[in-house]
Design a protein around this ligand. Structure first.
Ligand code: SF4
Length: 400
């Protein structure tokens, strides 16, 4: 136990001890059903990425997990998703396969799960997997295509950028393997399976070079992820300027080369429209996870905060997903501005920023009611995007 835990008695008093869920409900907050289910079907991975929150950060719970989700846990999970969809009359749910490396489970295992979900869940089920891209083969992609499973691939840029962190167990870069996998995925036969790239920002890499290296793989969409960090981590700097450089390159292109979700989201929010992702804005989160052993988990990336931060104490064998709706962390992720610190509530860009991604707000010994550790970067980026977008609208004479 860390010194902060010893001094406060709890690593995250807010929200786990101090958020009064009953009071929030009495004030009119209603739980929002889960619509996105992250299933950690495989706890092992064939890479050893230096920044991986699963293997390299505070929560080492993966060591106790089964290698792969058992058939019994798969069935319980399918039935719980079906039950939740039925109870809340959901028309559409999204199931995302994570790991470890989910594709290590193999084509037959994955398509078996997809068939069970589509047979049991009374809603449209959109299926995808987040992969490191090193195990893609024509037969695997053919099977995924036949079952409508799309793939997002994690890649940090070209050979140098990817070689910094995304490593084989031997310590060599994973880039050559991923590049070969992406060329296959981007071929006409499999292009429909390709949902996009996920890049974790590293300010040591040139921003525009990184963006253009990613563009070379023609991603239908690009997600830029700030590295997992909080107020107890090593100080970080330069992410705002890095993102601004990529934004300017993306926004100034004569034709849209790819969809960059973070920037599109920011533009929507700056323009006053509702957002759609948990990392920005104030919309209630609707994502929940199931670990390989069937434990119901909050955002997996909370593992970067402290050991057990993603735990709910619930399990698909015994508990419906509805039970997780009243968990203080879920409530904190669904009550918008009421979950934010005084500094955020007084902030002129609060509606756009939303206090930043929930795990980035963590301060050891206090919990999650703090501005994002990336506060200065987010403010700078939002102000820049606002100035460019609203400036352009004003020049075009369009009311903002
Ligand atoms: S910019 Fe900083 S203070 Fe403003 S809402 Fe975001 S995290 Fe909070």
């Amino acid at each position: 136990m860390s010194t902060e835990q010893l001094s406060t008695g709890h690593p995250a008093p807010w929200p786990l001890l101090d958020l009064d869920v009953a009071r929030q409900r009495a004030r009119g907050h209603r739980p929002v059903p889960f619509r996105q289910f992250i299933l950690k079907i495989q706890s092992t991975c064939n890479l050893s990425c230096t920044y991986c929150y699963v293997y390299e950060m505070a929560d080492q719970g993966w060591r106790d997990q089964p290698r792969r989700m058992s058939a019994a846990t798969v069935e319980q999970t399918v039935q719980r998703i079906a039950e939740h969809a039925r109870a809340h009359d959901l028309r559409h749910v999204e199931v995302v396969l994570h790991g470890g490396e989910p594709l290590l489970a193999g084509a037959d295992w994955i398509t078996g799960l997809v068939q069970r979900l589509r047979a049991e869940v009374p809603a449209e089920v959109a299926m995808s997997a987040q992969t490191n891209g090193t195990v893609l083969t024509p037969s695997l992609l053919r099977a995924l295509a036949a079952h409508g499973v799309r793939l997002g691939v994690s890649l940090d840029g070209g050979a140098v950028a990817t070689g910094r962190h995304r490593l084989l167990p031997s310590g060599r870069s994973s880039f050559p393997r991923v590049a070969a996998g992406l060329r296959l995925l981007n071929s006409p036969e499999f292009r429909d399976v390709y949902s996009g790239l996920l890049c974790t920002v590293d300010v040591h890499n040139d921003p525009v070079d990184t963006y253009e290296e990613l563009l070379a793989f023609e991603p239908p969409a690009l997600d830029l992820l700030l590295p997992h960090a909080h107020w107890g981590s090593e100080p970080r700097a330069g992410h705002g300027e890095w993102l601004i450089a990529v934004f300017d390159r993306w926004y100034s292109a004569v034709r849209q080369e790819t969809s960059v979700r973070m920037f599109e989201e920011l533009i929507q929010l700056v323009y006053g429209a509702a957002g759609a992702v948990e990392t920005l804005g104030l919309l209630p989160a609707s994502l929940i996870g199931v670990d390989t052993d069937g434990s119901i988990r909050q955002l997996d990336s909370l593992a970067a905060a402290y050991d057990g931060a993603a735990h709910t104490g619930l399990h698909v064998a015994a508990d419906p997903f509805d039970a997780a709706l009243d968990h203080p962390t879920t409530v904190a992720r669904q009550i918008g501005a009421d979950a934010l610190s005084d500094a955020c509530r007084a902030c002129p860009v609060m509606d756009v920023c939303g206090g930043g991604f929930y795990p980035h707000r963590y301060r050891p010994g206090a919990g999650f009611r703090n501005p994002s550790v990336y506060c200065a970067d987010l403010k700078r980026l939002i102000e820049h995007v606002s100035a460019r977008v609203l400036g352009d609208l004003a020049r075009l004479g369009t009311p903002s």
